[in-house]
Structures are given as C-alpha cells and as structure tokens.
Design a protein. Structure first.
Ligand code: KIV
Ligand code: NA
Length: 279
C-alpha cells in the first residue's frame, strides 16, 4: 500500500470517502493498525490511561510522547502518523508550541501533530503550520481540560455551546489546521459543522456526519480489563483481553503440570552426545 499523505487525505475528503483513524501507542499496536489499512494512526495522549496506567492525560510529558511516537512511527509503513502534543507542551506560547511540535517530528518521526483547543489556540496552530508541520485541531470535549470542563461530558448541547464550537471550528480552519477532531458532540451539530468547513472533521462520539472517525484502539478491540467504564460512543469490535487472558491462563496451567514445553518446543541433540556429557 502506498503511504498516505496529506494529499491523499485531502483527496479522500473531496471524494467523500470517510477517513479511518485509530490510536496506537507502541510498535505492535501500530503494526496491526497499519496492517489493517488504517488511513491515519494517532498517538493519542490517551496512552496515559491505556499504556501507562495513569488516571488521566495530565501527567504525560513531551518526552513520553516522543518515545511512544517513535515506536509507532517505526511500525506505520503507510498510515499517516499524528502525535498528540501533551498538556503543558503548547499552551504557554506559540513559540513553545512550535518547539514542541518540531521535537515530535524530529525525534518522534510523526507526520503531523494534534493539539486540543479552538479560538484560543489559533495562534499556536498558525505558528506550527507556518513551520511546515500539519496540525490536527481537537475541539468539543478536550480531555486535557477536563478539570475546567467539569469532567468528561458532551459539548455543544445548547445553542450557545454549539455556536462556540462552530466558532472554534472556523477559527482552527482559518489558522491552518488541515483537520479537526470533534469529540463528544451531538451528531446533528457535528454534521452541520462538517458541512460548513472545507477541511475534514474526524468524529469521536460525534455521529456519522463527520468526514472520518477515530477510536482508541484498546477500547474498540476490547483489549482492556472487563468492567472498565467505556464512553457510550465506543463500539467493541473484538475481545482481545479475554483471548489473551485465556491463553495466559492455559500457559500457566501447562507450566504447572509440565505439559509445556513439549518435545516440539525443545532443541534436540544426539543420544551419544548426551551420554558423553553425563560421564
Ligand atoms: O488521546 C487520544 O486518543 C485522542 C483521541 C481519542 C482523539 O485524542
Ligand atoms: Na488526546
């Protein structure tokens, strides 16, 4: 498969072909996403929860992101790789944002960066774009600002809220973002915003009227402890955790009973050699 570029993404958008995006956080998760022909792989700072065992994304550092972006980029042969700018790496000034974005590209080998924010972050988006780095904006529910939002809750559910989202969307488009993620927004509002923009929207909990979709890989593959709360927009397409656990339990049982390793898992030598060795 030919590498996905910003041009092929724009062509998909123009043709009305939905853009398929999935998160990955390391080499194996990126390898499987790329093998499944995802158009884009996002190294989301959600790796805080799904790979690092943190409660939220706040403690993730730019260095953490660089390490994970690097391993993902090594596996993504054709998918377009975008890395999240973590909390604290872009809010201070547009200069800080450009410096952080450049590090993600130079040290994390990503092709684009994503940051959370609308109108207020247009200057940062513009500065990064001017440096020649494609920017994906992220509006609606912005998890890095959950404390200011009052938790994980859908946005744009009032006329004023929806108008604010539209203003944010126009603003990031104007600033040069080549794509915008809409998270946790009523489907009708996301569809109208999508119609009004001339850049693709990628929905997560934003209905079917967006230009593409994104999900967190461990959520949609069911590669997580059963019983963990998942947002209502997640569809579970597989049961990887249960499969893994089944296999690991069987391995344990076979170790305990010496059923594993069997003859076919061992290296053979001649009986003469063994006899000689025993002398
Ligand atoms: O961190 C992440 O995984 C994200 C996506 C869910 C959009 O930002
Ligand atoms: Na994120």
């Amino acid at each position: 498969r030919k590498p996905v570029t910003i041009t092929s993404l724009r062509n998909m958008y123009k043709k009305g072909e939905p853009i398929a995006m999935l998160t990955a956080h390391d080499f194996p998760s990126a390898y499987v996403a790329d093998s499944a022909c995802m158009d884009m792989v996002l190294v989301g700072d959600s790796l805080a929860m799904v790979a690092l065992g943190m409660n939220d994304t706040n403690a993730v550092t730019l260095d953490d992101m660089i390490l994970h972006c690097r391993s993902v980029s090594r596996a993504a042969k054709s998918a377009f790789v975008v890395g999240d700018l973590p909390m604290g790496s872009y809010e201070v000034s547009p200069q800080q944002a450009v410096q952080s974005a450049i590090r993600l590209v130079k040290e994390g080998f990503v092709q684009g960066v994503k940051l959370e924010g609308g109108v207020d972050y247009a200057p940062a988006i513009q500065a990064i774009t001017t440096a020649g780095i494609p920017v994906v904006a992220h509006i609606g529910l912005t998890p890095q600002r959950q404390n200011a939002l009052g938790g994980f809750r859908a946005q744009g559910k009032t006329v004023a809220g929806a108008l604010k989202l539209l203003e944010d969307a126009y603003s990031v488009q104007e600033a040069g973002a080549f794509m915008v993620v809409l998270e946790a927004i009523p489907a009708e509002i996301a569809a109208i915003i999508t119609q009004k923009l001339h850049i693709p929207t990628i929905g997560i909990g934003a209905g079917n009227g967006c230009s593409g979709q994104v999900l967190v890989q461990v959520d949609m593959t069911g590669n997580f402890e059963p019983g963990r709360h998942l947002p209502k927009f997640v569809k579970k397409y597989a049961d990887v955790w249960a499969e893994s656990k089944k296999g690991i339990e069987q391995y344990r049982a076979e170790v305990k009973t010496r059923e594993y390793p069997a003859k076919e898992h061992t290296y053979a030598i001649s009986e003469e050699l063994v006899a000689e060795f025993q002398k």
